[in-house]
Design a protein around this ligand. Structure first.
Ligand code: ZN
Length: 386
């Protein structure tokens, strides 16, 4: 049973010439101390249970105090379930239902909070600190009258562009229209270029690498300046016939591989204490049915794989991953010549309930089609090694 929490509503009075009751002030301070107990880092934040954000946002201590004084507590928050108190199973299920289809960005940010892995005794590196600052900035509401964050809005907008094949000009016009109806001090970027810059800053960028039309080699590293394939001799660039009937080589590559850097994804697995612990599961996790295969690492094949490099296999933190690919036609079956082969990386260090979730399947390469790359896929994996 929790204490009588009627003071949260009864003691709040921000009307002109009035003040919150002494009990409200004292117990609100106690709530804030409780919510921030054990949090020492300046980036530490908790959910906002105020009457404006309804536990939908995360904020630091000073901001939380200011908001509770201005807006009061949200109604019916007598069990501080988002601030360390246990609640009944019925209430938990209700909240799970309520959260269906809701933007989970805040929960991701919470999972990445410094409390999980970073504290004042273990200061973050500059790179990590900048990443968190960027996340915090992107988590700000799009404008002052909404709870939708800038990042959530931009990613949804880009997803709609991809789904319905908007051109860049169409996207920019749409953004312009949205801007016209938004309040003045909104944070929406001006165009597609600015939206892409925003997502790129989070490590969602990719690199285009020219490749031989037959997939024999990539024109990167030592071969970045080559004009022809060193194995089959085919040209790197598209050739056209000009008005005089001469063959002219353009600077457009015949085929391009799109490579998404894996290192940032793997690094971020170690930023959160939750995933950092889970990374060790394949070696140290408790199996529900010992003797049965419940995870790829239980198999003899996996154990044989470990014998290739015993030193690597010894450390539970070293990431073992699987690769998966299948043909995909982004423009439908009628445009099969544009098919491609997206390649995904799946870290198998994680426990079974995590490693098959899409959050932990990382997009790694887009191999141009239309044919399956076959054994030449080894060539395409080259960017992953670097
Ligand atoms: Zn070739």
């Amino acid at each position: 049973m929790v204490d009588d929490r009627r003071w949260m509503c009864d003691g709040f009075d921000n009307s002109w010439g009035k003040a919150h009751s002494a009990e409200w002030r004292k117990k609100t301070q106690a709530f804030i101390d409780h919510a921030f107990a054990g949090k020492t880092h300046y980036l530490d934040r908790v959910r906002y249970p105020c009457n404006k954000y309804n536990n939908g946002k995360f904020r630091a201590k000073v901001e939380l105090t200011k908001d509770l004084v201005s807006y009061g507590f949200m109604p019916d928050y007598e069990t501080w379930s988002f601030h360390g108190e246990k609640e009944t199973r019925v209430e938990t299920e209700r909240e799970a239902d309520d959260s269906a289809g809701v933007d989970r960005m805040d929960e991701m940010l919470e999972a990445l909070q410094p409390k999980f892995g970073l504290n004042s005794m273990d200061p973050p590196t500059k790179e990590v600190e900048e990443f968190f600052k960027l996340l915090q900035a992107l988590e700000e509401p799009l404008h002052e009258h909404t709870k939708v964050s800038l990042l959530a809005f931009v990613t949804r907008l880009i997803a709609i562009k991809s789904k319905y094949f908007f051109s860049n000009n169409c996207f920019n016009d749409l953004v312009q229209l949205i801007e016209d109806v938004l309040p003045q001090r909104h944070k929406l970027p001006n165009d597609m270029y600015q939206c892409k810059r925003l997502t790129k800053a989070l490590g969602m960028s990719y690199e285009k690498i020219d490749m031989c039309p037959d997939g024999c080699m990539l024109f990167c590293d030592d071969h970045v300046d080559k004009k022809k394939c060193l194995k089959c001799g085919k040209g790197r660039y598209v050739e056209v016939v000009n008005e005089d009937g001469d063959h002219v080589t353009t600077d457009v590559a015949q085929k391009q591989l799109r490579s998404f850097p894996m290192a940032p994804h793997f690094k971020r697995l170690f930023l959160s204490m939750k995933t950092c612990e889970s990374i060790r599961w394949s070696k140290e996790g408790v199996r529900d049915n010992p003797g049965f295969i419940g995870h790829p690492t239980d198999s003899d094949t996996w154990k044989a794989l470990d014998e290739f490099d015993l030193e690597f296999a010894k450390d539970a933190r070293n990431i073992h991953f699987g690769l998966a690919t299948d043909g995909f036609t982004p423009f439908g079956q009628s445009a099969a010549s544009y098919s491609c082969w997206p390649l995904f990386v799946i870290p198998y260090n994680l426990p079974p309930h995590m490693c098959m979730k899409y959050e932990f399947m990382f997009f790694c390469l887009i191999i141009p089609g239309p044919e399956h790359p076959g054994p030449k896929i080894n060539v395409m994996l080259q960017p992953m090694m670097s």
